[in-house]
Design a protein around this ligand. Structure first.
Ligand code: TXA
Ligand code: MG
Length: 323
């Protein structure tokens, strides 16, 4: 069983010590919980991949305390990186840049680039400061499963891993993973481009660095972690309009419904917030609850088609894509 401790000065300094000794530490960020290891310890990094059941070619995000640490991990730090970091760090933005040769390739899934993020959650920041180096951390869920937004989700996904300390910092404020932007500019990709949508939108990025590409479906080779089925509950899920949900219910299916609008009794409904940030913060916990309720299918009411819902639509499409 992992060791779960409330995040405070003592548990954070214990966590920093355990990272330095090559152990794994799960910690809260403003997006989701991360499963962290010392970026420079290839054994610890291998344990992150093993614990998650993550394919070894899916690269990790290195969490950094600030710009200086980020720079030290890159072969090139363009001006756009400075501008984006000044505007959005610490915060839910991950930058992909050419990797410095002294960073172990294992920490980036063998890629020539490295993803970097400076989180703004106070526990993540204290841990980074106490540890004194970068912490590579994917979301703290089993590979392909729904990301964790509370410590109990982490404890459940990794109940068989003894070598894990989980810092409990309560529920994550944003609830969806960071926006990932590639600044690895080359002839094929002459402009910065979004690899994974998040709460920081293309429009917000464009206000500081100009036009940003946003491919509709990221190909697996570009960002392996965005492979189609992902962020998925164990129960099959469908994203439908309210009318389609009502039609589906008439078939007699044993369904759980994630609905923004009221659904007439006697159906089992998990009510969802009607605003994009409230919805995002609730989504992963709701998917896990739906799984636990035991049903043949999870019916998810399709949220509005508006730019602020883009990251939610992205995650719903992956949660609902067939196996
Ligand atoms: O909000 C977040 O980003 C959370 C918290 C813990 O920081 N982390 C997270 O990590 O979501 P993970 O590993 O679950 O997702 C990282 C994503 C994956 O889609 C991965 O393929 C992509 O970032 N990525 C990481 N390094 C990359 C690289 N060098 N090039 C392209 N994509 C990369
Ligand atoms: Mg993940």
């Amino acid at each position: 069983m992992p060791l779960l401790l409330p995040a405070n000065a003592d548990s954070i300094s214990l966590a920093a010590k355990r990272l330095a000794e090559g152990h794994l530490v799960a910690f809260p960020t403003e997006t989701v919980y991360g499963l962290g290891a010392d970026t420079f310890n290839v054994r610890a990094i291998a344990n992150v991949y093993a614990a998650k059941g993550r394919p070894s070619d899916n690269p990790l995000i290195a969490h950094v305390y600030g710009v200086d640490q980020a720079r030290s991990l890159c072969a090139d730090w363009p001006e756009t990186a400075d501008v984006l970091a000044a505007a959005f760090w610490p915060g839910p933005l991950t930058l992909v840049l050419p990797r410095s040769p002294h960073v172990p390739a294992a920490a980036t899934g063998g890629r020539a680039t490295i993803a970097l993020r400076s989180p703004r959650h106070p526990v993540a920041q204290s841990l980074l400061r106490a540890f004194g180096g970068p912490i590579s951390a994917p979301s703290a869920n089993r590979s392909g499963h729904v990301s964790p937004t509370v410590a109990a989700h982490v404890a459940r996904d990794f109940d068989a891993i003894d070598d894990l300390l989980i810092l409990d910092g309560g529920a994550c404020e944003l609830g969806l993973e960071s926006t990932v932007v590639s600044l690895d500019i080359n002839p094929r990709h002459p402009r910065p481009r979004i690899l994974r949508p998040g709460s920081i939108t293309a429009a917000q990025l464009a206000t500081v660095i100009g036009p940003v590409d946003q491919p509709t479906i990221t190909t697996q080779a570009d960002s392996p972690g965005t492979a189609h089925r992902h962020y998925a509950p164990r129960t099959p899920a469908l994203v439908l309009t309210l009318d389609e949900i009502l039609a589906h219910l008439r078939t007699g299916a044993r369904a759980i419904i994630l609905a923004i609008h009221p659904i007439p009794a006697p159906h089992r409904v998990i009510p969802m917030p009607g605003d994009p940030s409230g919805y995002a913060a609730r989504l992963y916990a709701a998917l896990r609850e739906a799984d636990d309720l035991g049903a043949d299918v999870i019916l998810i009411q399709r949220p509005p088609d508006a730019p602020l819902w883009l990251a939610v639509h992205d995650r719903l499409a992956r949660a609902a894509s067939s196996r």
